[in-house]
Write a protein that binds this ligand. Structure first.
Ligand code: URA
Length: 421
């Protein structure tokens, strides 16, 4: 095979055959296809698209580039969820222990944040002592004992995707549905759970800004999961405004613990329960997850899950050194609070990173004192910014400048927009 032939085929709108796909993924992982060749191919795929059989083969080739976890030793039914990423999206934190408390095993291999969307591992690392790295043996043992594990994916899981994602990130080729779908699903299928629920975000704070694009991504991922024998369902959910009242690492842990204690913001509780119901159905468990939130079983699993990974669930969470309050200039209804603006502000306050190797601040982020639809009074706090260095406030405020509006009436928010199975 010749990389240039493969690139030309896709450049001219042709279909890649199975042998071409197997070869190019394997050769790229080994270093025999160069970065500049793979970036040309990724751009051709972005511009020309891929047919479903090509996407399926591409995904299978990325899975075959590494190891596939075998969860066969786990006695409970296994089910995972994946979110395409949003602002204030802390749902994994209450969800994984909740679903485990209902009898399933939840193997959650998670990532770190890059850009304006936060990463689950960064959030959990704000808990004193908690560690993201587990060996496969530790992972399997915890899955059986506790029922929930949130940890970093090992380097052996879909290494082709690891390399390709880093390349796409710097070549303007992230936003291709075939590439996003195969990237996410190769990791999820290799992880080996029997069922999977996808939370595909739509709106300003999401990868997919339009509902049509989000639905196409969801359909593609559901088709890939189903073809691989994983029971897969997707919910399309709103990401036009942040989830809950916090965006930031320790701030989101605090809010998640409130949900596990039976309180917390209504939208976080609603989405946690909606995803829990789908996960339990996928695992074949007929029980109402709301009971496990109410009676403290989910909180018990949370504490066990944190402690099993070295964390102290009772330790005080870190807080930022400085705060700055934004007040409402007039009275009325908060009609819009933009997810992207809040995400960028939290990122600039130190909650996120610009490069993979940057550290994050555990205490930094944004606390919302009102959500779209809430009545506000002139002078009341609207947003509270948290940062370790006061110099960060100015740049965060610039991100928020056109990020919210006060008016007369707010459009009703529908959180779960669609279900694709
Ligand atoms: N998340 C992934 O893992 N891959 C993508 O391509 C996009 C989001």
């Amino acid at each position: 095979f010749d990389a240039v032939d493969v690139i030309r085929t896709k450049r001219d709108g042709g279909r890649l055959d199975d042998a071409q796909i197997d070869w190019v993924i394997d050769a790229y992982t080994r270093g025999a296809v160069a970065d500049e060749q793979m970036s040309a191919l990724a751009m051709a795929i972005l511009l020309r698209g891929m047919a479903m059989p090509e996407i399926e083969r591409w995904t299978a080739a990325m899975i075959a580039s590494g190891e596939r976890l075998d969860l066969g030793s786990v006695t409970r039914p296994t089910v995972d969820k994946h979110s395409t990423g949003g602002v204030g999206d802390k749902i994994t934190l209450p969800l994984a222990p909740l679903v485990a408390a209902c009898g399933a095993a939840v193997p959650q291999l998670s990532g770190r944040g890059l850009g304006h969307t936060g990463g689950t591992l960064d959030k959990l690392e704000s808990i004193r002592g908690w560690r993201a790295g587990l060996t496969n043996a530790e992972f399997l043992a915890q899955l059986d004992d506790v029922g929930a594990v949130v940890c970093a994916a090992g380097a052996e899981l879909a290494p082709a995707d690891r390399k390709l994602y880093a390349l796409r990130d710097v070549t303007g080729t992230v936003e291709a549905i075939p590439l996003i779908a195969s990237s996410i699903m190769s990791k999820k299928i290799a992880e080996g759970s029997s069922a999977l629920v996808l939370d595909v975000k739509v709106g300003t704070g999401a990868f997919m800004k339009s509902r049509d694009d989000a639905a196409e991504l969801a359909r593609t991922m559901v088709a890939l999961g189903t073809a691989a024998g994983t029971h897969t369902v997707a919910l399309l959910t709103d990401m036009s405004t942040p989830l809950g009242l916090t965006a930031g690492n320790a701030l989101e842990v605090r809010e998640s613990v409130e949900v596990l204690a039976g309180g917390g913001p209504a939208d976080v509780v609603e989405l946690t329960l909606a995803l829990a119901r789908e996960m339990l159905a996928g695992a074949g468990i007929d029980t109402d997850p709301a009971d496990a939130l109410r009676d403290g079983r989910a909180m018990d699993v949370w504490r066990a899950m944190i402690a099993a990974q070295g964390g102290d669930p009772t330790a005080p969470l870190p807080t930022a050194r400085e705060t700055h309050v934004v007040t409402a200039p007039s009275s009325g209804v908060l009609t819009r609070l933009d997810a992207l603006a809040v995400g960028v502000a939290a990122w600039r306050l130190g909650a996120g990173r610009a490069r993979k190797e940057d550290p994050v601040s555990a205490g930094a982020g944004v606390v919302l004192h009102a959500k779209p639809g809430d009545q506000v009074t002139a002078g009341q706090p609207l947003l509270e910014l948290h940062a370790d260095e006061p110099v960060r406030f100015e740049r965060a405020l610039a991100a928020l400048e056109d990020g919210w509006e006060i008016g007369d009436t707010a459009p009703a928010r529908k959180l779960v927009l669609d279900r694709i199975a």
